[in-house]
Design a protein around this ligand. Structure first.
Ligand code: CAA
Length: 257
């Protein structure tokens, strides 16, 4: 299918989505949201795809929600349509999604990266929640996900001042998992996604579910949830195969069942 705001392709067992609104630094408008949901749904329906990479351009991952689209909206409109709520669907996607971030990841762009499972950043990446400078606050989870990722002090600093942090600061703060040279960014993300896609699908999905649960529940409940998932994996053929392959000093041949 042809997309207006995205480039979508399959590389091996990985789905690659590139935000493509260069004239607006990949600002996130309603078409981007609609198309991202379609692209994600297509990759989820495709059994061959084991992981997804979401990226932008060298200059911008995404510079936020589209300010030109939002500026004329009034309260009744945004309240009635529950404006901006649709992005949460992306966080509920079951297959792992890696954000490969170069350049600006601001406002909704930073929030979109945080909706992914982890962020690999180029040395040029700049993260921030500048909504306060527009007379609003983050609306796609920035105040919640950034706070969980980097703690109260830095989240308050970024959200109240609207300042940007560079990739090194974002890595120190725990927002990004790796920082790489700009020319390595896509390869690094694709290699990580390809590795994930080569592993047993049930265990990958459950690992994502287990880590995600840590942000939603108590430690005791989370530990119980993890243990039940762990136990259930002993019902899979891939658990037998993975452990047998280790013992026999060979590569496992996972069947995703
Ligand atoms: N929405 C709409 N258009 C945007 C945009 C955005 N978020 N960010 C950039 N653009 C557009 C600019 O308007 C400009 O278009 P024109 O050439 O037609 O004027 C084009 O992209 C290039 O941008 P600049 O000329 O501003 O580029 P720059 O290099 O001078 O500055 C920047 C780059 C610092 C990222 C600057 O563009 C900027 O500050 N952008 C806005 C960042 C922002 O405030 N994001 C938060 C949005 S609100 C939000 O996201 C709410 C939420 O949580 C849901």
């Amino acid at each position: 299918m042809a997309y207006e705001t995205l480039l979508v392709e399959t590389r091996g067992n990985v789905g690659l989505i590139t935000l493509n609104r260069p004239q607006a630094l990949n600002a996130l408008n309603s078409t981007v949201l609609k198309e991202l949901k379609l692209a994600y749904a297509a990759f989820h329906a495709d059994d061959a795809i084991g992981a997804i990479v979401l990226t932008g351009s060298e200059r911008a991952f995404a510079a936020g929600a589209d300010i030109k689209e939002m500026q004329p909206l009034d309260f009744a409109e945004v309240y009635k349509s529950d404006f901006i709520s649709g992005w949460d669907e992306i966080a509920k996607a079951r297959k792992p999604i890696i954000a490969a971030v170069s350049g600006f990841a601001l406002g909704g762009g930073c929030e979109l990266a945080m909706l992914c499972d982890f962020i690999i950043a180029s040395e040029t990446a700049k993260f921030g929640q500048p909504e306060i400078t527009l007379g609003v606050i983050p609306g796609i989870g920035g105040s919640q996900r950034l706070t969980r990722a980097v703690g109260k002090a830095k989240a308050m600093d970024l959200i109240l001042t609207g300042r940007m942090m560079d990739a090194a600061e974002a890595e120190r703060a725990g927002l990004v998992s790796r920082v790489v040279a700009p020319e390595r960014l896509l390869d690094e993300a694709m290699e990580a996604a390809t590795k994930i896609a080569s592993l047993s699908r049930p265990s990958v999905l459950m690992a994502k579910e287990a880590v995600s649960r840590a942000f939603e529940t108590t430690l005791e409940e989370g530990l119980r949830f993890e243990r039940r998932l762990f136990q259930s994996l002993f019902a899979t053929e891939d658990q037998k195969e993975g452990m047998a392959a280790f013992i026999e000093k060979r590569k496992p041949a996972f069947k995703n069942r």
